[in-house]
Design a protein around this ligand. Structure first.
Ligand code: SF4
Length: 94
């Protein structure tokens, strides 16, 4: 194999390896998603409204732990709902 071919192959492999670094580094956030359209429509805010918050709302789906954001039954695909958030569709949990 000629030196120039080896060099080209080395650069190709090296570039592919470098391209993988951001994917690996941000893997923990790869599945985090928000439903911007629904958030806007329901005026979602990351802060509670008096006693009303996602944590005591019928629609809230808690995250894996208290520190991890959860979801909402009426905001499909949104995995970043804060337990201390609020929106106009709030309904008291029984
Ligand atoms: S409906 Fe609104 S207040 Fe209730 S959990 Fe979903 S985003 Fe939070």
């Amino acid at each position: 194999m000629k030196a120039s071919t080896q060099r080209r192959q080395f650069l190709k492999v090296g570039s592919a390896a470098l391209a993988m670094i951001p994917v690996v580094a941000f893997t923990n956030h790869a599945f985090a998603a928000t439903n911007a359209a629904m958030r806007t429509a329901l005026k979602y805010q990351p802060k509670p409204l008096a006693e009303k918050n996602c944590g005591n709302c019928l629609q809230f789906v808690p995250g894996a732990s208290a520190k991890v954001p959860g979801g909402c039954k009426i905001m499909p695909g949104d995995t970043e709902i804060s337990a201390t958030g609020y929106c106009t569709a709030w309904a008291k949990k029984a």
